[in-house]
Design a protein. Structure first.
Length: 226
């Protein structure tokens, strides 16, 4: 998509595109929504992580038949996952699955103020930086949030992580509005890459994607009509 900046990567994986179409349907059950978010996130995470970490030789080990081989480890090791509450929780397991080892999960709670649509942070459990965290320059933060609408929340999360000390940010998302994705990508272009399954052109007056997915948090947690 020529109108998107170079640090935005829109997947063309055929299985992902089919699953995104299924997720859009109003007939998708809550169980289907949860499964589809997970499966789409697996594909996005596979594509994003392959660009962000590199394999390296590790220590020697032996196969069950007694043959020696050189193990492979992935670097950098200093990675964390940052779900945006609530709906980002639906993507965490997929990203964990695609990483070679368990990593810390730090939560950010943000919501859009209804009248202005500006982001408001209500929860932040990012830990204090310390020397035990490893080389600061290797810190990679992976933001997971299924929908980028106006882009305000995503941009605010990127800025929060930059101030915290992240040296690189990956944003993994299922669907975004073109305008919102552009805004998020421009927040810190030299340090951020956005990996996303699809981009819609328009937003409604209420800041929802059109045609979109509806409210993913409500669909995941059965709170529609709250």
């Amino acid at each position: 998509m020529a109108e998107l900046p170079s640090n935005v990567h829109v997947s063309q994986h055929p299985s992902l595109l089919a699953k995104l179409s299924q997720l859009r349907s109003q007939s998708a059950s809550p169980r289907d929504v949860k499964s589809l978010i997970h499966e789409i996130s697996l594909i996005i995470a596979c594509e994003a992580i392959s660009s962000a970490i590199k394999p390296a030789n590790g220590p020697k080990d032996q196969t069950p038949l007694g043959f020696e081989y050189t193990t492979v480890v992935a670097e950098p090791s200093n990675i964390c996952i940052v779900p945006i509450l609530r709906s980002g929780l639906g993507m965490v397991e997929a990203v964990q699955t695609m990483l070679p080892a368990s990593v810390p999960i730090h939560h950010l709670g943000m919501y859009r103020e209804p009248s202005t649509l500006d982001p408001v942070e209500y929860y932040n459990n990012l830990p204090r930086q310390s020397s035990s965290s490893g080389p600061e320059g290797s810190r990679l933060a992976i933001i997971v949030d299924p929908v980028i609408a106006t882009g305000g929340t995503c941009a605010a999360a990127i800025q929060t992580l930059r101030e915290w000390g992240a040296r690189r940010v990956l944003v993994l998302s299922v669907l975004g509005a073109r305008e919102g994705v552009q805004k998020a990508a421009a927040e810190w272009p030299e340090g951020t890459e956005i990996w996303i399954a699809g981009v819609d052109k328009d937003l409604t007056d209420g800041g929802m994607l059109k045609p979109g997915l509806g409210d993913v948090g409500d669909r995941l947690f059965l709170t529609i009509g709250k």
